[in-house]
Design a protein around this ligand. Structure first.
Ligand code: 13P
Ligand code: ZN
Ligand code: NA
Length: 281
């Protein structure tokens, strides 16, 4: 059965590593992520954004992930990424997601607290874990785009966590979704500052395009979950493009999906090793 993110993130916090959280779009990506985690005996989170949910459906992804997780026999959590409303978070819980993010980072502080609190109350009653975001991760994820100085304020983070009762918190330290146009300037010291004031696991968004050593340092300083999305989509799509370029007459979806799956699996194995969560299942 799918598990919540509670125990796996607390174990990661205690053990000084992070759980890899991977955005999936289709069956092939689901299978690739779980196969990679199984091979490395890693706990793993699979997540879908609202636009992905719209492309498939909550029930479809839940059934796919639950079936693959059961075969694999490792702890697998299915998480709603950047949940855009109270309603969507509740629908995800109803569909069997074991963790939800409510992203109120575009709201002001008080409204973010009110929205997040509403979700944590329902989720707690259903035994589901909640991630929230304070500060703004840059770049574009789905329809949300952030600009300007939006790094998380440590004192605000403490108050936010106390007042909302969330299980984990995404913080902004100069990170952005997608690849980085210029070398990202990360305020890694800020991770330590927030960690010194906040006891719950912290979450690093926007990991595509970060150097391995930057991810490792953020994990050492207290990030317990690291999100990877764009680079998985790129790996999947590039593998398919290469196959078509080399075999223009090919028309088997299994071959298309197969090369994408292999490429995503290899990438995810690499990311699991960077997060240090291998052999922690
Ligand atoms: P990237 O697309 O930069 O990997 O960001 C992933 C993410 O934060 C998903 O929520
Ligand atoms: Zn994100
Ligand atoms: Na990124």
């Amino acid at each position: 059965a799918l598990v919540t993110s509670k125990q796996m993130l607390l174990d990661a916090q205690k053990g000084g590593y992070a759980v890899g959280a991977f955005n999936v779009e289709n069956m092939e990506m689901v299978k690739a992520v779980i196969a990679a985690a199984k091979e490395l005996q890693a706990p793993v989170m699979l997540q879908t954004t609202p636009s992905t949910v719209k492309y498939g459906s909550l029930k479809t992804y839940q059934a796919l992930v639950a079936a693959e997780a059961e075969k694999a026999g490792i702890p697998v959590c299915l998480h709603l990424d950047h949940g855009s409303s109270f309603e969507l978070a509740v629908r995800a819980i109803q569909a069997g997601y074991t963790s939800v993010m409510i992203d109120g980072s575009h709201e002001d502080f008080e409204q973010n607290i009110a929205l997040t609190k509403k979700v944590t109350e329902v989720a707690k009653a259903c035994g589901v874990t909640v991630e929230a975001e304070l500060g703004k991760v840059g770049g574009k994820e789905d329809d949300l785009e952030a600009e300007g100085d939006t790094n998380t304020d440590p004192a605000e983070a403490r108050e936010f966590v106390e007042r909302t009762g969330v299980d984990s918190l995404a913080i902004a330290i100069g990170t952005a979704h997608g690849f980085y146009a210029d070398t990202p300037v990360l305020d890694k010291e800020r991770v330590s500052e927030v960690k010194s004031l906040v006891s719950i696991p912290l979450v690093l968004h926007g990991a595509s395009g970060l150097r391995d050593e930057d991810i490792r340092e953020c994990v050492q300083r207290g990030m317990c979950k690291v999100n990877f999305a764009t680079e998985l989509r790129v790996a999947y799509t590039e593998a398919g493009k290469k196959l078509i370029a080399e075999n223009p007459d090919m028309f088997d979806p299994k071959k298309m999906g197969g090369v994408g799956m292999e490429a995503v699996k290899e990438l995810v194995k690499n990311r699991i090793l960077v997060c240090g969560c291998d052999h922690k299942a």
